[in-house]
Unconditional design. Structure first.
Length: 144
């Protein structure tokens, strides 16, 4: 006796494969469209921090992304480490730092920036700016 495979079951299997492939493609593109591709190998300077930490007068927060590395400055020391920018978040486990002695306000600003960057903030881009937001604080950057 021959197996019970008929034309309709083969057609149903093909239809299921096509539906599955289209569904996975739709999910992947929806995820990518949510936050876009992260602009690596760029440097950014803060231009606004609405309702957030107010930088020390005369300082600018700078971020530099290169491959899977981040470098950040807030007026005194340089912070650095590995970074993952996938899923619309800045994810870094910990940041190293240079050890320059600076006035207390600048040291506090370095500590705040380190805490902010390790809080896994969301990132988004719009009209030449990049915004980092961790739910309680937000910084807007321009490509420099």
């Amino acid at each position: 006796m021959r197996p019970g495979w008929g034309r309709s079951s083969v057609a149903d299997a093909r239809h299921a494969v096509v539906v599955l492939a289209l569904g996975l493609s739709g999910v992947a593109s929806a995820c990518a469209d949510t936050y876009g591709e992260f602009p690596a190998d760029k440097t950014y300077s803060s231009i606004d921090a609405p309702g957030s930490y107010v930088p020390v007068d005369g300082t600018t927060i700078r971020l530099e992304f290169s491959d899977d590395r981040i470098s950040a400055e807030a007026g005194c020391n340089r912070l650095f480490g590995t970074v993952d920018t996938s899923q619309g978040r800045i994810t870094t486990d910990s940041l190293g730092s240079t050890r320059m002695g600076c006035p207390g306000a600048l040291m506090d600003q370095d500590a705040w920036l380190s805490d902010f960057l390790t809080s896994t903030p969301r990132w988004s881009r719009n009209d030449g700016t990049m915004t980092l937001d961790n739910g309680s604080e937000r910084i807007v950057f321009a490509e420099s």
